[in-house]
Design a protein around this ligand. Sequence first.
Ligand code: SIN
Ligand code: MN
Length: 203
Amino acid sequence: MPELLSGIRHLPEYLDRARQEALVDIIRAIVAEAPLYVPVMPGTGKPMSVRMTNCGSLGWVTDKERGYRYQPMHPATGRPWPAIPQELSDIWNDVSGYKKPPEACLVNFYSDDARMGLHQDKDETDLKAPVVSISLGNACLFRVGGVNRSDKTISFKLSSGDLVILGGQGRLCFHGVDRIYPATSTLLKNGGRINLTLRRVNP
Ligand code: SIN
Ligand code: MN
């Protein structure tokens, strides 16, 4: 059984139900200001199965022509992303071990048939800061490997309220979401899963 690289941590049940519900309300307000959109792969223009938005001074975006990048405005509305709410800053301050605040929070919405292929988070220039990931709603099967795509991977379930921290030697690990388990949470009325990832982009 391969082991997780040091710096990769899974904190099950980090958020209690009340904090999960509060975050869902906060995400709803963010989505009202910065609507979810369908991101597409660079080059091919193939749509991803997740829908995305962001909060923070920077947001992660992707499109056919310009590829993966961070930018200060929503690609469809042209408006700045909403600010990162205190509730998310509190989580970052508690678990990141990093002095500077996050600049971006990517909001991924998975319908029950969405997934995310194995990838690295490497569009940030500050690789000393961890990526802090928060799961809400239906559980998923999360896969995490090493820093090479061909490295062995481990899969485990992420449930609503769980945190994953990708830091240290594991900061550039390959990771992805193989599947969502429908009807495993009552948090989101219409099912699906929300994943929030807090990132520091610039040193
Ligand atoms: C991501 O890697 O952007 C999302 C991971 C997750 O949904 O847990
Ligand atoms: Mn990622």
